[in-house]
Design a protein around this ligand. Structure first.
Ligand SMILES: Nc1ncnc2c1ncn2[C@@H]1O[C@H](COP(=O)(O)OP(=O)(O)OP(=O)(O)O)[C@@H](O)[C@H]1O
Ligand SMILES: Cc1ncc(C[n+]2csc(CCO)c2C)c(N)n1
Length: 257
């Protein structure tokens, strides 16, 4: 089985050369308070999408992260290439502002069966480019905390698009999928993440999961909702390995600095 490597190097203020990822990042901003490190994510991403009301957050809150700068300078610097969604949350003044700067607006108000995040992931999946799709990693800002139906909808997107690399982020933690099709190596960035972490089976129970590098390692352990799941675990090494017969969610805390 092939090995898949994971790293949160995108959270480092400057990515050291030996950590420079072979991945190309895309950023999706959701309609939740912007995480404080959103400018870092923005700068490392090549494509920037706002899911519907996420555009209000970029317009209103990006300038607050640069209190010494003129808000209009900040707004023109952080211009999304795309705003996509059912358009029931983005304000008209915000839509007009970005449309005038050249942002592409994709109105999918007819689709009330998929979330705005889902619509944005489809846009990136179908986006015509020379970049190898398996090398794209989608960072989703503002995906956790807040309304639980939205959170669980965001986690469902990880499962709907399980062959894509998608990382859900809030100020406090990140979550991504470890698909059962691969073995996994997670390279911890101790200056910005950990030590609290969790491994949770999603979709179906795991009959066997084995890990190294955690305080409470699993050794061909069964996990299921209603039975054992690994929460409040602690990373002990800079490299964590995970092998499982089912899809798992990996979650790790983000340091406050
Ligand atoms: N409180 C929240 N917690 C987590 N994610 C959120 C939250 N609010 C919004 N989102 C995410 O941001 C996206 C865009 O939000 P927006 O408010 O525009 O959605 P919406 O379709 O109007 O939602 P609803 O009509 O259910 O309130 C959502 O699809 C969701 O992924
Ligand atoms: C069974 C079922 N439950 C909820 C919704 C509602 N819904 C789900 S996604 C979405 C769009 C949000 O931007 C809306 C309104 C539905 N369609 N089908």
């Amino acid at each position: 089985m092939e090995l898949m490597s994971h790293s949160s190097a995108f959270l480092l203020p400057t990515i050291p050369p030996d950590h420079r990822p072979s991945l190309t990042y895309a950023l999706v901003v959701l309609n939740q308070r912007l995480p404080r490190f959103t400018p870092l994510l923005w700068d490392c991403a090549h494509l920037h999408l706002c899911a519907d009301g996420g555009a209000n957050r970029v317009y209103d809150e990006m300038p607050l992260l640069f209190p010494d700068e003129d808000p209009s300078d900040v707004r023109s610097r952080y211009k999304p290439e795309v705003i996509k969604g059912d358009m029931d949350s983005v304000r008209k003044d915000v839509l007009d502002f970005y449309a005038n700067l050249g942002t592409k607006v994709v109105d999918e108000s007819q689709d009330q069966d998929t979330t705005d995040l889902h619509k944005c992931i489809e846009y990136i999946r179908d986006f015509k480019s020379d970049i190898d799709k398996s090398k794209i990693c989608i960072l989703v800002a503002g995906a956790l905390g807040g309304r639980f139906d939205h959170e669980i909808g965001n986690i469902n997107v990880l499962c709907r698009f399980s062959s894509m690399r998608i990382i859900l982020l809030s100020d406090d933690c990140l979550i991504h999928l470890l698909p059962r099709t691969h073995h996994h190596e997670i390279h911890i960035q101790p200056s910005v993440e950990g030590p609290h972490c969790g491994l949770v089976p999603i979709g179906m129970p795991s009959r066997s999961t084995t890990t190294t590098g955690l305080q409470w390692d699993l050794d061909k352990t069964e996990m299921s909702f209603g039975g054992l799941i690994s929460t409040s675990n602690i990373v002990k090494e800079e490299k964590i390995t995970v092998r499982s017969d089912s899809d798992l969610l990996w979650t790790i805390s983000i340091k406050k600095q």
